[in-house]
Ligand binder design. Sequence first.
Ligand SMILES: C[S@@+](CC[C@H](N)C(=O)[O-])C[C@H]1O[C@@H](n2cnc3c(N)ncnc32)[C@H](O)[C@@H]1O
Length: 160
Amino acid sequence: MISDGKPILDACCGSRMFWFDKDNPLVDFQDIREEDCVLQNGRYLLVHPNFLGDYTNMSMPDKSYKLVIFDPPHLINPGINSIYTKKYGRLERNSWKDNIKKGFNECMRVLDDYGVLIFKWSDIDAKVKSVIQAIGQVPLVGHKTSRHCIWMVFMKLPIE
Ligand SMILES: C[S@@+](CC[C@H](N)C(=O)[O-])C[C@H]1O[C@@H](n2cnc3c(N)ncnc32)[C@H](O)[C@@H]1O
């Protein structure tokens, strides 16, 4: 998939729960899967990205976007059939740091100079400190601790 000139990428959009406008025309919605099912709680889960793609290896050119949203899976080894795995995906215990680092690096690569990366994490299984350590870059601002939902803001600064 080549970016079609939209300024914003949601690198792993899931069911777009946190979007106020789920069809915002400024956004490329990417996910690694399509999903259309009823969860154990009776609710529908619809994951229909604009295109399928892997945030650890994206095909878009460098510096394609002004804003990238990165809300990767945050649960480590939940049950394969758990409702949370269906909704949020899952990370492997032995490779989650590598997955998140590769994803972060790819998000930075497709971000334009001075572009902004919003990284959302949920510190249920891994604390924010270990995530920051894994990606090797400190956010500008963000939650330092929380019960669960953490937002962090990064800016891509051009290399001199
Ligand atoms: C925490 S959920 C995103 C929730 C979303 N922000 C929302 O508002 O509904 C994480 C998503 O990452 C997707 N995902 C997992 N691995 C991926 C990968 N390598 N590339 C792209 N998407 C991936 C999962 O399919 C899942 O939908």
